[in-house]
Design a protein around this ligand. Structure first.
Ligand code: SF4
Ligand code: SF4
Length: 338
């Protein structure tokens, strides 16, 4: 069922929703970007519709509520452990088609990658429903069409498209119908989605082993500065590390935190005895790329990367993930011809 609303009507609808849930959405932070006078769009809790950035791609991904960069999981004393409280208020997260596709990857890793689910992810996941932000056009560096993530037909409770000065919504979950009936006019609504990107990638079905030793990775040893930003903005990166923080000198009272980790930064592959599996930045890049476009698929049957292009948008060295994919394809062809 679809509805079209004025922006004021949408503001009222969001006010109504906020009586029973929290909303996390992309928010434009003026002047907080990496250069002077440059904005950044990241996820934050919003308290009105006007705060939600609908017209630009977010720099950071919608995973921020599900997997915060730092989360206290539990507290421990000498003889007891207490799980950290979590606000039980339901949450709506606004995301684009690529973000909703990324959610499947997140669920796969935290809930479907072994015998047991991750209980700390599960308790957050159970609170969350997604709202789809339609894409009226492709954004810089997106290659969602080639990754098959440009369109989303389910997995959201309602959609939001800004068009002709109004907000158009396709309501999928009947529980939300009364809100939009109150502020909108019934219309047929199909969420906008892109059918063409400027950027294209070709992912080989099989990546020959020779690609692992190809010279192509050397370029990234020289260019990449191992800052890890590409991982932190990626909607499908799920790696984390644990930190125990002690409150006193006796080391028996404190809290355990889950903290985001990056396969691109120093220390990620360090092991006891001073070893490290991937010291060169090019080797780390190889690991990340082949995980995203080959190894995950071997295990789960579909690609990990959703083609959102956020890693390209954020890289201070202008390294392009889509370019690397195409270089891997070219190196694989070279092997086929030899
Ligand atoms: S690897 Fe880059 S393009 Fe692919 S999902 Fe992650 S951030 Fe998006
Ligand atoms: S954002 Fe760029 S420079 Fe930083 S780790 Fe990723 S690829 Fe390397």
């Amino acid at each position: 069922m679809g509805y079209v609303m004025t922006k004021e009507g949408f503001e009222e609808a969001v006010k109504t929703l906020l009586k029973s849930c929290r909303i996390y959405a992309p928010v434009r932070k003026k002047g907080a970007g990496r250069f002077t006078d440059v904005d950044v769009i990241l996820y934050d809790q919003v308290h009105s519709a006007g705060e939600i950035e609908l017209s630009a791609k977010s720099d950071y991904a919608s995973k921020e509520f599900l997997t915060p960069l730092s989360e206290t999981l539990l507290f421990f004393t000498e003889d007891a452990v207490k799980e950290a409280d979590l606000d039980p208020t339901p949450v709506l997260v606004f995301g684009r088609s690529c973000d909703l596709h990324a959610l499947r990857r997140m669920d796969q890793i935290y809930l479907g990658n072994g015998k047991a689910e991750d209980p700390f992810y599960r308790r957050r996941r159970d609170l969350v429903k997604y709202v789809l932000i339609g894409c009226a056009h492709s954004y810089e560096n997106c290659f969602c069409v080639d990754m098959g993530t440009n369109r989303c037909e389910d997995g959201y409770v309602f959609s939001v498209d800004e068009k002709d000065g109004c907000i158009w919504t396709d309501v999928k979950d009947a529980a939300f119908l009364p809100v939009f009936e109150a502020f909108g006019t019934p219309r047929e609504v199909v969420p906008q989605y892109v059918t063409e990107n400027e950027v294209h990638v070709e992912i080989p079905d099989e990546i020959p082993k020779s690609v692992i030793h190809d010279d192509l990775w050397e370029e990234y040893t020289a260019r990449c500065i191992a800052c890890g930003r590409c991982n932190f903005v990626c909607p499908t990166c799920t790696c984390y590390t644990m930190q125990d923080v002690f409150y006193s000198d006796n080391g028996r009272v404190g809290e355990r935190r889950r903290v985001g980790a990056s396969c691109m930064v120093d220390g990620y592959t360090d092991v006891a005895g001073g070893g490290s599996y991937r010291r060169k930045n090019g080797e780390r890049m190889r690991f990340k790329v082949l995980h995203k476009i080959s190894d995950f698929k071997k295990r789960f049957g579909y690609q990990m990367c959703v083609g959102c292009g956020r890693c390209d948008d954020i890289c201070p060295e202008y390294i392009s993930f889509s370019n690397i994919i195409n270089k891997v394809a070219a190196a694989s062809r070279k092997e086929d011809l030899s």
